[in-house]
Each structure stands twice: as structure tokens, then as C-alpha cells.
Design a protein around this ligand. Sequence first.
Ligand SMILES: Nc1ncnc2c1ncn2[C@@H]1O[C@H](COP(=O)(O)OP(=O)(O)OP(=O)(O)O)[C@@H](O)[C@H]1O
Ligand SMILES: [Mg+2]
Length: 305
Amino acid sequence: MNRVSDAIVVEGLRHCYGGLDVLKGVSFTVHAGEVFGILGPNGAGKTTLSSILTSQLRPTSGSVSLLGLDPVSKGGELRRRIGLVGLEHKQDGLIGSYSEGMKRRLNVALSLVHDPEVVFLDEPTSGLDPLGRRQVWKAIWELKASGKTLLLTTHYMEEAEFLCDRIALMDRGVVAALGTPSELKARMGTGKIIEVGIEASAELVDEVSRLIPEGRVYRSMGLNIVTGDPEPALQRIMKRFISDPGYGGTRILLREPSLEDVFLELTGRSLKEESRASEGENMKSPAPPEEKTGSSWNPFRHFHE
Ligand SMILES: Nc1ncnc2c1ncn2[C@@H]1O[C@H](COP(=O)(O)OP(=O)(O)OP(=O)(O)O)[C@@H](O)[C@H]1O
Ligand SMILES: [Mg+2]
């Protein structure tokens, strides 16, 4: 039984292009007024899913209810009640002189002219520099504050974490996990992560596993060790790497688990594809809020364009 306050209900959704299964039974519910994120790497099926929800693509099977309506049979009515933010724009006149971030903010604004109830944003900040990204985040934050339901697809974990109430981690056509950012990170247990900034061989992973038998060692962007008791492990790691001339100057840091760690743990794959790694490096986490007071919290109140 769906709740009246559910804006989107997706059940057992499958899609194939030719013989290729790209959605393999996707189910989730988006509550009215929430920002729901679909976070996944290239080819996860995010755009396919979003195209089905917005009645631009007919699913192979499964059911979708958007504002209580079926996008296949009620596409016309739904298009008047949803906002689609196209990232293309005209390269002319005044608009042409805007920064990319401003153009996308304008696109977000234009998608709202007919006061839609649900707004779809497919990779709204892909390819933007940090300033442009913040400009788009500000527009999205304003949308959220105005009470719209938002479905946002992204491959940036910081973006999903910063903007979304709940996130579906998507990989190869399936939802690997779903929850609030803190619920998802809680799946890593109480452990902290020691990150060693080196490209590790399988042999080195084995060696470090023997060195830290109480921890879990795996390769991510560097060599990661998850452990509930980081201090003694950190000492052994420092001794191992700092005394070895081959690793002089290696960055070693201790941090909380991120959504990237959760994704890697669940799927064995990184959110960051090779082709996007350099772009991802420009990505800076937003400054932490100084105070958080219920729904009036606005992380952009000190933000000036
Ligand atoms: N029109 C199409 N015909 C055939 N295959 C397609 C088509 N569109 C997408 N695919 C394939 O379906 C899979 C999912 O693609 P989709 O675009 O939904 O992923 P995505 O998560 O949006 O990826 P990205 O991060 O690159 O935008 C990919 O393997 C893609 O190559
Ligand atoms: Mg896509």
C-alpha cells in the first residue's frame, strides 16, 4: 500500500536495450518533499532510470508511479507537473557570457516556471569547476527549501551526501543499498579508515594484511585499512612506510568512512571511473556548517556569487 505522501514508487523495474539488461529489478520509494539521490558510476543505469520516470523511455517491465500516475499512460499530464532540467543552453547574447555554473542555475530556474511538484536533475554539476558546482548546489538547496521533491542523479559522493536526504547506491542496474548518508556509512561499522596514498600491488595488500591482522585491508584510490582501533595500526603503518625509502613522502591519513568506502565495500568497485578521476580531484567537500537549526539551516547564507 503506497502512502499518499509518496511522490515516486518504483517496483521491480527492468530495462533492456537490445539484449543488454541495464536495469535489473530496481525498487525504491521517494517521499514527497525529499531530495532523493541516485549515486552510481558510469553506466550504472541512472539516466535510463530517470528517463523512464520522466516518461521519455518505456520500461521493459516493472511498475512506476509518479504522483500517483503511470508515466507510460499519463506522460502528457505528468510532464506538466514535473520539472526537467536540460543542461544544454543557447550560446547567444547575454546567456553566452554567463559562467557555466550560472547557466545551469538559470536552467534550474527555468525548469520551475510552471511550478512543478517533482524536479529531476540528471548529473546537474558534471564537468563544472568547484565554483560552478556550488552555484548549482545553491539553486538545488533553494528548491529543497521551497518544498519540492527532487530526484538527483550523480556520481559525486560529496554532492549526494551534501544535498540528499536519502540515497540509493546504484551499480550495474541494481540498487546495492539505500538509506540516509549516515545510515549508509553506519554499514561500515564503528571503524575508522587509514588511507595510505600509494598504488598498492596485491603483494603489498597481503603484506599489510599480515601487519594489521585485526583490520581489513583493500585497494581504493590508495591502500585502505579499516580498523576499530586505529592507533596501534597507524603506528605499524607509519613504521612500515616511513622507514622504507621507496615510500618517502607518502601521504598517510586517518579518516571517517565515506560513501565511496560503502560503495566499494558493497560492489567491489569505485564510484570514480578512470576517465573521471582527474575531474573528481577538483571536487572539494563543502565547508561544514557552523550551526544547524532544523529546516531553516542554510549552508549558503554566507555564500556570495
Ligand atoms: N540508447 C541506448 N542504447 C543502448 N545501450 C544504452 C543506451 N543508453 C544507455 N545504454 C547503456 O546502458 C547502460 C546504462 O546507461 P545509463 O546512461 O543509464 O547509465 P548512467 O548511470 O546514466 O551512466 P553515466 O554516469 O555515464 O551517465 C550503459 O551500459 C549504457 O552503455
Ligand atoms: Mg547518465
